[in-house]
Design a binder for this molecule. Sequence first.
Ligand code: GLU
Length: 460
Amino acid sequence: MKRVNSIVDAKAEIAKLKNENCAEDDVFFQAMEEVLLSIFPLFKSDEMYNKSAKNAIIRRLITPDRVIKFKVVWLDDKNEVQVNTGYRVQFNNALGPYKGGLRFHPSVNEGILKFLGFEQILKNALTGLPLGGAKGGSDFDPKGKSDFEVMKFCSAFMKELYKHIGPRIDVPAGDIGVGGREIGYLFGQYKRMTTAFEGVLTGKPAFFGGSLMRPEATGYGVIYFTRKMLELEGKETLEGKVCTVSGSGNVALHAIEKLQALGAVTVTCTDSKGMIYDARGVDLPLLKELKFERRASLEEYIKAHPEASYTPVSEYPKGGHAVWNIPCYAAFPCATQNELTAVDAKNLVKNGCVSVTEGANMPSTTDAVHIMLKSDICLAPAKAANAGGVAVSGFEMSQNAAMQKWTFEEVDLKLKATMEDICENVSSTAKEFGVAGNYVDGANIAGFKRVADAMIAEGV
Ligand code: GLU
């Protein structure tokens, strides 16, 4: 690896890497570029620079250990044969077994999974737990599929994946499109293929080996992180404040649940078709019923609450999202990557938003991140703020290995402590490297340092 002597050199290096790779990798480069530009101060200020260059750490870090790609063939309810592509990107296991979720969504391709796997390495490092980084999934779309079809797909997917995973090798979990139901089917198939009942997946239903609080963990963790960040930055608490949330999946709905418990007024949520705005605060039990039980569109919400409003995607502002144009104290993008654009960031700044916490993975575009970092907004990056999910996955692995079951309260206390530790570590790292208040750089530097130290110590 060529010595990276300046930001300009780092950019040139990234451009070269971009040219060498395929267009599908766009989001991966976006994630990588942010990290490489953040860690530059580390190279300027200490020994790590020389050590990293000598050990080709950057080149090794940005290249997955392996990308497993396979065909998934299954029978739908009409007895027609369906074919999808499955993936597992095992990125880095310097700190522990490969760990990260599976995403089932039609947009899934190798580039998206490389971006998610790369982010996962640093996120998992920030938890302080012994976890490497990985991601996987399929272009299978669970939307509109029957329960039986989802089961058949999961079984077919695991028929190949089981060869590559294990409690000490690689431990997948959920992500978009993969929740307790899918993990249950995947676990059942793994067990049938191997005869082993072991902690090979996390996010299992609590009645057969899942950790209590795993479904709530990412969303609650996002709020615990935000609370600590606001305290460290000398801002007012969330109590009584208007908050906006995007998404209506597991992360969004549990973030809303914790916000409501803290006395915040959460006025929005969204799905792929539109946005709900309810000035009195959204009706969470109804949202849970719509999204977790009926898997219905948010438009249904209006039937029960005609006083709320529904804005379809076709009416969103050009280049932006209606949800980020609603004045709020704190904003929580919890839907998907690149959902918060430069237009949105400008609206948030204009409306006096105080903090933005990323619940989804990389929800802000590069331009949006720059606009927010230049403003007074406290920006909590995903790899730090949404690490609560994988942290509780780590707790699930501990419980499975020890044949134990922790109480909800025990897990919650540990989650809170983990999120506060991550926040303090990120904040103090940013201060140490001369970028106080920049949680993006702080998270990238702190995560990178832990992984790089391990890679160097383990040799080649
Ligand atoms: N998919 C989640 C994430 O993005 C959780 C991963 C896990 O629990 O392994 O962190």
